[in-house]
Design a protein. Structure first.
Length: 287
């Protein structure tokens, strides 16, 4: 039985004191690896019909944050995020997540991940390593011929292996695609975009993702040149770069660490299916 000092409170709006405190809690615990939960909290509170946001407190002190939202993805019905300071906080928040349904859960914090790793009905999908770098630690390399991919130069993609959606380049204004060009053809590609897009303020974190080097040009430094160029642009704009990879991707880790990036924290993602049962812990109130 969980200590009675643990209570869950639903957050109704972004102007609430609980929301402000939850944001501070997450940022202090490491914002680079918590952009997902922060972005989801903003999104849910802009349309409360799609999900819920809540905090856990131990005798009044905030100890964890959680949220979930409905999705139409065939593989699962909800996406949930949980971050807590201890095992019991994770247990209390888990009791407030939708059960008896297919769920995809992203967990932050060692104790939270330990709880869900041992929870019946939980299966690990993947683990992510989140990285960032400061201007002082950045170690740039010689820059190649880096160009932004736009609707005017999509012909460069002819013959490329990279799985790039041309429609997304033309229609998605939240991201930008870039390519490293050598001898007139694309040798590496990547995209950048804000890691938090649903907030009413700019958190200044720019994600670098979908880094892909064409097979004939691998192990020649083209991917590193591209990531180095994007990182330099982000830092010069006064923003913070964010990059994630997986523990088994040694090549990606060497690339990013060679530029001075350091790992912030591990994030664990689970497929979760629990049997429906009466909730032992319900929100103490909505405030």
């Amino acid at each position: 039985m969980v200590d009675t000092g643990y209570n869950v409170f639903e957050i109704p709006q972004t102007s609430s004191t609980d929301f402000s405190e939850a944001m501070t809690f997450l940022e202090m615990r490491g914002i680079i690896s918590r952009t997902g939960i922060i972005d989801s909290m903003w999104s849910v509170l802009q349309d409360r019909k799609i999900g819920k946001v809540f905090v856990c407190r131990i005798h009044g002190e905030l100890s964890g944050v959680g949220c979930f939202y409905h999705t139409e993805t065939p593989a699962f019905e909800h996406v949930s995020y949980v971050d807590g300071v201890d095992y019991k906080t994770a247990q209390v928040i888990a009791e407030y997540l939708p059960d008896g349904q297919k769920e995809y859960l992203i967990s932050n914090g060692r104790h939270t991940q330990e709880y869900f790793a041992h929870l019946h009905g939980s299966n690990l999908d993947r683990t992510e390593l989140h990285y960032t770098v400061s201007q002082d630690c950045f170690q740039p390399v010689c820059i190649g011929n880096i160009v932004e991919l736009t609707s005017t130069n999509l012909s460069l993609l002819e013959g490329c292996e990279a799985p790039i959606d041309r429609n997304r380049i033309e229609r998605d204004s939240t991201i930008q695609w870039y390519a490293n060009i050598s001898k007139g053809r694309i040798v590496a590609t990547a995209l950048i975009g804000p890691a938090i897009i649903n907030a009413d303020r700019d958190y200044g974190i720019i994600g670098i993702a979908a880094v892909y080097t064409e097979k004939p040009f691998r192990r020649q430094g083209f991917g590193r040149q591209l990531v180095s160029s994007l990182t330099e642009n982000i830092l010069q704009a006064g923003k913070r770069p964010a990059y994630w990879t997986t523990p088994d991707n040694a090549i990606s880790q060497r690339l990013i660490e060679g530029l001075g990036y350091t790992s912030c924290e591990k994030v664990a993602c689970y497929y979760l299916r629990r049997q429906a049962s009466p909730k032992r812990f319900k929100p103490s109130c909505v405030r």
